[in-house]
Design a protein around this ligand. Sequence first.
Ligand SMILES: NC(=O)C1=CN([C@@H]2O[C@H](COP(=O)(O)OP(=O)(O)OC[C@H]3O[C@@H](n4cnc5c(N)ncnc54)[C@H](OP(=O)(O)O)[C@@H]3O)[C@@H](O)[C@H]2O)C=CC1
Ligand SMILES: O=C(CO)COP(=O)(O)O
Length: 366
Amino acid sequence: MHNMAKPQGTKSPHTLRLAFLGGGSFGTAMSNLAARNGCDSTLWVRNKRTVKSLQKNRVNKKYLPGYILDERLKYEHDLKAAVQDKDIIFVAVPSSAFRETLRKIRPYLSGQSVVSLTKGMEKDTFSLMSDIISQELPEVNFGVMSGPNLAVEIMQNMPSASVIASDSEPLRHAVQSALHSAFFRVFASDDIKGVELGGALKNIYAIAMGMAASYNVGENTKAMLLTRGLAEMSRFGVASGANPLTFLGLAGVGDLYATCSSELSRNYRIGNMLGNGMSLEAAIKKLGQTAEGVNTIQQVHEKATKLGIYMPITHALYAVIFEDQAALGVALNLMESGFRSDVEFVMPHEYSNESLNAQMNATSKK
Ligand SMILES: NC(=O)C1=CN([C@@H]2O[C@H](COP(=O)(O)OP(=O)(O)OC[C@H]3O[C@@H](n4cnc5c(N)ncnc54)[C@H](OP(=O)(O)O)[C@@H]3O)[C@@H](O)[C@H]2O)C=CC1
Ligand SMILES: O=C(CO)COP(=O)(O)O
């Protein structure tokens, strides 16, 4: 393995050699985007029969039925063949499979860069995907990509945008060259933690919003949930070393908005099914696809409790989903909780509580 200053080779963007690991909806959509852009794009799928079916039909029948894939996209079942001699390896497997996938590709690395497309946290360790890359592939040049990117809309050529975050300017540029098109803009960032946390944390609030929708809440309530969710995200981000301003970008409020407003989001759908009375097990089974938010709620609830980070919506969701508390009672408690500042980076909430308490005491003494 080499510590690369820039992605392997000095070829023009259109001959970049890319591997996409994970045959779900996102790996498929992104590898298709790259193939359509003229890159040498290979999708690695663990199931041999799926590879045969993709080669024959050019359709991912399980995860993206009805969408014909670009004829230049290649499919591979052999991991070594998929990743060797590539410039960039994009990893789009669920967070639960991320570490094992990196371990499997490690013997075949000889200078490739790695970009995570995964939006989650590892169970029990609270590792983000960038942490796992640093631990498992310490010498590899890496980045993370995240943004409002519902896979189905990308397949439908709906104009979309995303963010590549990396410390390596050449890698950021290579990813922009590979994926940027008239339908898909790729913006750059060097706040890896912020971009990654944006993609992971918004899944919590997508579940909350799906649940709220099952109670037919109004637009005021949705707006409150979304913006107070954003406040939690940036608070947690700052405690984790991210730049809070990143949450104002595509990977923060952008992705939060997309996933909180669309039934295309699997996390939103899980929340909606739970709100309609289905058990968590039944909802996950019915979905049949990845919903990272279920694990993320547990991870963030635990971490925020341990570190004393104020995350009332996350704790409330945890209580409803994992402690069987009644959703309406929990929501009422949330509404009745104490005075807070709106944007605590503008007015720290300790100050707002203090001054409000002083005002109230003064009023009650009159
Ligand atoms: N879909 C979307 O719109 C977006 C998804 N993402 C993120 O991308 C990641 C992947 O999600 P998505 O593609 O949607 O997931 P899907 O549920 O659509 O598919 C999951 C894929 O991962 C494969 N897989 C599961 N476990 C393993 C493993 N141990 N080794 C190898 N492959 C495995 C599955 O294979 P099999 O079918 O054989 O089980 C399947 O191909 C998630 O973190 C998600 O948050 C990010 C942006 C958008
Ligand atoms: O991250 C996504 C869109 O940006 C996809 O969200 P879901 O995983 O909830 O489908």
